[in-house]
Design a protein around this ligand. Sequence first.
Ligand code: FAD
Ligand code: DLZ
Ligand code: SF4
Length: 516
Amino acid sequence: GPVLVPVLGDQLTRDLASLRGRSKDDTVVLMMEVWDEATYVRHHKQKIVLIFSAMRHFAAELRDAGWTVDYVRMDDEDNAGSFTGELARAIEDHAPRLVSVVEAGEWRVREDMDQWADKFACEIEILRDDRFICSQAEFDDWAEDRESLRMEYFYREMRRKTGLLMDGDKPEGGEWNYDSENRKPPKDGLSAPQRPTFEPDEITQACLDLVEDRFADHFGSLDHFGWPVTRDQAEQAADAFFAERIERFGPYQDAMVHGQDDLFHSMLSTSINLGLLDPLELCKRAEKAYRDGKAPLNSVEGFIRQIIGWREYVRGFYFNRMPHLQKANALNAQRGLPEFYWTGETDMRCLADCIRSTRDNAHAHHIQRLMVLGNFALLAGISPREVQDWYLVVYADAYEWVELPNVAAMILYADGGALASKPYAASGNYINKMSNYCKECRYSVSKKTGEGACPFNPLYWHFMHRHRDRLASNHRIGRIYQNWDRMGEERQQEYLDSAEAFLDTLEPAASGWARG
Ligand code: FAD
Ligand code: DLZ
Ligand code: SF4
C-alpha cells in the first residue's frame, strides 16, 4: 500500500516534514474536517471558516501539483467526526504500509495520536514539527534547573541560533531588546494604512454557508471575513506589512485607538499558525528591511522578538508544563466570566471596543488582549478555566499551545510566576496613557473611587490588597504597598468598597457560550 499522510488543519505547509521528499505516486494525503475539532470549544464563526477554507484551498493546490488527496468534508455522510475515527476509515480504504504524521500542536490531539500505534495494525510514524525553530528537547534542556523561565534569556539563545540581528556574537546596535522604545502613546488621529483583505471566492463562500448553517449559534460575526486563506494571499498580506506598516510597528506596538483595529500590527498570526507563512522567513524579511534602511531597529527587533522570542517560547513552555498548566490557579480566582465578554455590553469603553473588534474580526491586538481584556480578568479574579475557554473560542489565531501560556501564565499569573516576573496588573492610568479610550468613556479615569470612577482604579487596589501575602515580597511590585499603606485605613476602605460594589454588578455569563 501507499504511505498515508494525515495533514491537520494547522499543518498547511507544502514543505511539512511528513510530505518532504515523498513520492507523489506512492502517497495519499488525508485531510479531515471533523465535528470534534470544530466543537471541542465553540470557536468563533470566522475561525471555523478560516480553517476549513484554508484546508480546502490547500487540498486543491496539492491536487493541482499532482498529489492524491483524500479530503473528508464536514457534510460527508460517513464522516466519523474525529481524527481517530477518520484515520480508521482511511486505513481501511487505502491499506497503507505506513502512516506518517507530524506531531499535533495541541496536547489533546497529541494524546489521541499517541494511541494510534496501539489501535491500528499499521506502522505509525510521528515526526517532529520542524516549522518551529526550537525543538522540545532543546527547550526542556534550557528550562531544566531554572527556577524562573524568563523569555528574555531564551530569546537571546534564539538570536544566536538563527543569527538574526547579530553583529558577530553581539546583538545588533548593542542591545538585545528595544522594548523601552516601543511604548509611544497614540497621538490624536493616529491611523494606519488599511491591511489587505480578501474577498471570499467560491470555496470560502461554501465555508461561510456551511458555518451559517451548522454553527449559527457560535460567537462572532461573519460580515467582515477577509483573512488570507492561501499561501499566495498570506504573502500579499506580508508584502503589505513590510511595505507600509513595519516602520511604525515598534513605536506604536502598545498603542490603542478606538475603532482602529489593526494599527501597525502585522495581522499575520492566523497565517503563521496555519502554516501558510514560515516564521523564520518573515524574520529574515524584517531583518532585511532594517539592513536596507527601510525600518528602524526597534521596529524590526520588536517584530523578530515576538516571533523567535515569544512565539517559540510559549510553545516550549506549553509542552513543558502540560497537562497541569490547564488547571493552574495560583491566585485561586473563582469568579465566573462576566456576560459582557460575549455581548460587549458594558459602559467601560475600552473593554467594549476590544470586544467589538473581537466579535467583528476574530482578532484583537496584543495590548488589547493583555492590558484591557486580560488585565480586567486578572483584577476581577475570573476563573482561569473560563478565561482560557474564552480566548480559545474568540480569536482566529487561537490554538491551545499559544493561547494557554498567554492566558494562564502571562495575564492571570495562574502559574505563580514561572513565566511572568510579576502580574500585569494596571489601573486606568495605564489604559489612558496608551489609548484614546477614556476621553469619551462614561467613567472618569481620574476618579479613583465612588460613583463614576473608572472601575480599573479600585479593582487594582482590591487585587493588590487581596494578594498582598504573595506579592509583597516580589521585587518588581512589592514597593507598591508603601503607597497603599500611606493612604490610611479610611481611604483604603473606600477603594475596597468601590471595588466590591462594582464586582457585585457583574452578571456571570450564561453557560453554553464556550462549550456545548
Ligand atoms: P504582531 O503584533 O504583528 O506580532 C507578530 C507576530 O508575533 C504574531 O503574528 C505572532 O505570531 C507573534 N506573537 C506576538 N506576541 C506573541 C505572544 N505573546 N505569544 C505568541 N506569539 C506572539 N497569539 C496567537 O497566535 N494565538 C493566540 O491564541 C493568542 N492568544 C493570546 C492571548 C493573550 C491573553 C495574549 C496577551 C496574547 C495572545 N496572543 C496569541 C499573542 C498576540 O496577541 C497575537 O499573536 C497577536 O495579537 C497577533 O496579531 P499580529 O499578527 O498582528 O501580531
Ligand atoms: C481548530 C480546528 C477546527 C475548527 N477544525 C478542524 C478540522 O475540522 N480539521 C482539522 O484538521 N483541524 C481543525 N482545527 C485545527 C485543529 O484543532 C488543529 O490542527 C489541532 O489543534 C492540532 O493539534
Ligand atoms: Fe476603560 Fe476606565 Fe478608560 Fe473607561 S475610564 S475607557 S473603563 S480605562
